[in-house]
Design a protein around this ligand. Structure first.
Ligand code: IVH
Length: 687
């Protein structure tokens, strides 16, 4: 028990209230905003302190205390779904001693003698750091999926879950398995680390806020209002629980059998699991995976241990919070102490200055760490970090390390405070801080650091897609002065390129061809390439489609932009701000002079079709072989109107594979149903 607990009652009352407020605040940040400000370890510390205080002063306990709740109130942005069986949390075991205590308790409850003779059979699984979901299959078809929410009621994320590649829309039983009438499957949706890193770099490129870790990225992506955004985020799934409802088939008797059933039905199950006879084998499993887990493409923060015999589950029961038949063994966090040896400032595309701590190299989570981000100067002040300080850094495998806290007791007399630089650390230009923003920004449009970042973004795959222009060449082009702004790219010659290091005639020729080819990229790519804040590739497509090109976007009023579906005030303001900045306008005009078209030609906008579907409304359900957005475009191009719900006014319902309830409704209302072939015929004007 910590010293803080030897408090008198009055202080305990105060502290409990304070902890509850803090915990609620941080749970809100974690569960609702998907943007935690505390490390899991610091949160757990607060939570444990509250639990201990409540144990010490039971009369202070209230039913609304955060220790009595699971998760968070589901968001009202989604329809709510009441779980058939509550989704509970798990009690944590912070080390082998906690595992022993859990085991002894199980033995007592099951009336087994303590000691070696009584060995409970367990199953050990990796604890995947994502978010838990409940998914329902009826007659083998995926019909519904929900987040945990507060444990009793979750958010309906069915549409978003349909975009998760690993989630089968239909159960495909392997030999020897039968699909039950209904099953509810429990599992964890997560974002593979490789996808997480890609996502964060592209968010950063677009000037958007990045996610702190794959867990938040997964939660943020699954709880999107637009399933197309979720689809792009490339989420994955592991399942680890099943409840069968069937007149004949029964729930499995053991957890092992449940896992085999999940696998047998074609659901994704993590193979890194094992049966363990007794708690010592459990400890061995946990020890074995401590290092090995760093080589995986998903984050694991522990091991989940379950009693194998499901018949014992009822006997053991649950607390308000968690079942007694399972526990989460938590690895000590991937945190380590090191010393800040220096500080550097990184300057991004829109000029954001990010302080970065240069560290005494340390091994952590499977790699050597030399630098850690300090995010911004507010954070520098909050942490009170100086050069010379001993700090705790955190890094999960493959993820950018960050400074968590300073060990102030270890501060040397020679420590040097970190001040905001007076001018840009790269170009000495003026720095400014916009109202309501924490970021300090370099205002010099020609700052070499900014030019490099702009250029890297311009040439990237989703933008102008110029192959062969990697970081090294970008750096050389800017440092030699060949490129002082993006438009200079279109003035490069083979000779100039050949004067760069390690650039032969062949590569120079290829690069010039690639640059020339980029002049005719679609308008959506051009708009994206400019690097307007919040305008990623999807938003650029919306703008290009609506306006036909950049020139028309430049002429658009704020109010016109705001009215476009999917744009909204924040994005509209960012567009107007960018396109009224004289530096940006000058760049766009230079690009135009150098042969970049600012408006699509009529033939680029797609062929003009006869308005054969004028006045007809369409609803699409299920998966077609063409993208749904494409199908909708085709309908619109012929004067038709794609809509989202079936009513008496609907003319056609187009039905793809695995259609939803809209198909049924269409049949009930007697509306003409088209399969893909018939739909294509209608588009071609053949019927
Ligand atoms: S079983 C009654 N198995 O960890 C709870 N959970 O801290 C049954 N998790 O809410 C959960 N991997 O989101 C279980 N192999 C696994 C898991 C797992 C990750 C998550 C899950 C749960 C949380 C508890």
């Amino acid at each position: 028990m910590t010293d803080q607990l030897v408090l008198d009652r009055e202080k305990a009352v105060e502290r409990t209230e304070e902890l509850r407020r803090e915990i609620e605040h941080h749970r809100f940040l974690y569960y609702v905003l998907d943007r935690p400000e505390l490390s899991d370890t610091d949160f757990d510390r607060m939570y444990r302190e509250l639990q201990e205080l409540e144990q010490l002063y039971p009369d202070l306990m209230t039913p609304t205390s955060p220790t009595q709740k699971v998760g968070y109130q589901p968001s009202t942005d989604f329809k709510q779904i009441k779980h058939r069986v509550p989704l509970l949390s798990l009690a944590n075991a912070m080390g082998n001693d906690d595992l022993d205590r859990w085991n002894e308790r199980l033995l007592r409850q099951l009336d087994l003698p303590p000691g070696e003779s009584a060995q409970i059979e367990f199953v050990c699984e990796l604890k995947i750091d994502g978010l838990s979901i409940a998914i329902t299959y009826k007659d083998g078809k995926f019909v519904e999926g929900a987040t945990r929410g507060n444990g009793e009621t979750g958010e309906d994320v069915t549409l978003n879950l349909r975009t998760v590649a690993g989630l089968p829309r239909e159960l495909k039983p392997k030999e020897g398995f039968t699909v039950p009438k209904m099953v509810e499957v429990r599992g964890e949706v997560y974002m593979p680390i490789s996808n997480f890193n890609q996502l964060n770099s592209s968010l950063e490129e677009d000037g958007d806020q990045t996610f702190a870790n794959p867990r938040n990225a997964a939660a943020g992506s699954l709880r999107q209002k637009d399933p197309r955004v979720t689809a792009k985020r490339k989420l994955a799934l592991w399942t680890y629980g099943i409840y069968v409802t069937d007149p004949v088939l029964k729930d499995p008797d053991t957890h092992q059998a449940a896992m085999e059933l999940l696998e047998g039905l074609g659901l994704p199950v993590n193979a890194n699991r094992a049966a363990a006879q007794g708690i010592d084998e459990v400890k061995q499993f946990c020890a074995d995976w401590d290092e090995k887990r760093h080589g995986l493409d998903y984050q694991t923060d522990g091991v989940v241990i379950k009693v194998n015999n499901r018949k014992l589950w009822d006997q053991l029961g649950t607390t308000a919070h968690s079942p007694r038949w399972a526990v989460a063994f938590k690895y000590p966090p991937d945190e380590v102490e090191t010393v800040v040896e220096d500080v550097e400032f990184d300057v991004g595309r829109i000029g954001t200055v990010t302080p970065v701590a240069c560290l005494r190299p340390v091994k952590l989570a499977g790699s050597t760490v030399r630098r850690a981000t300090l995010h911004n100067f507010d954070q520098v002040r909050r942490l009170d970090v100086r050069v010379g300080d001993t700090v705790v850094i955190r890094k999960a495998a493959e993820i950018i390390p960050e400074v968590l806290r300073v060990i102030h007791e270890k501060r040397p007399a020679s420590s040097i405070p970190i001040h905001e630089p007076e001018g840009c650390p790269i170009c000495s230009g003026t720095l400014e801080r916009l109202a309501n923003e924490v970021a300090l920004k370099c205002t010099n449009y020609s700052c070499p650091a900014r030019v490099k970042r702009r250029l890297s973004h311009w040439v990237s795959r989703d933008a102008m897609d110029i192959d062969g222009l990697g970081e090294v060449i970008v750096k050389q082009l800017v440092e030699t002065g060949f490129v002082t702004d993006t438009s200079d790219l279109y003035m490069l010659t083979e000779e100039k390129l050949m004067s760069l290091e390690r650039m032969g005639k062949k590569s120079a020729e290829k690069l010039i061809n690639a640059i020339n080819a980029s002049r005719t990229r679609p308008q959506a790519c051009l708009i994206h390439a400019l690097g307007i804040r919040h305008v990623g590739s999807r938003m650029s497509e919306i703008l290009a489609e609506h306006f036909g090109g950049l020139e028309a976007v430049m002429n658009a009023e704020l109010t016109a932009l705001e009215k476009i579906e999917g744009v909204g005030p924040q994005i509209a303001a960012a567009i107007v701000q960018f396109l009224s900045d004289p530096d940006n306008i000058a760049l766009i005009r230079r690009l135009e002079e150098r042969g970049i078209k600012l408006q699509a030609d009529a033939d680029e906008r797609g062929p003009q079709f006869e308005q054969t579907l004028a006045g007809k409304t369409f609803v699409i359900t299920g998966t077609l072989s063409m993208e749904r957005s494409d199908a909708e475009k085709q309908i619109k191009a012929r004067g038709g109107k794609p809509t989202s719900s079936v009513s008496k006014k609907t003319d056609y319902v187009v039905v793809g594979a695995n259609p939803g309830s809209k198909f049924q409704k269409a049949q009930e209302l007697g509306i003409t149903v088209l399969d893909e072939e018939a739909f294509r015929k209608i588009l071609a004007g053949e019927t």
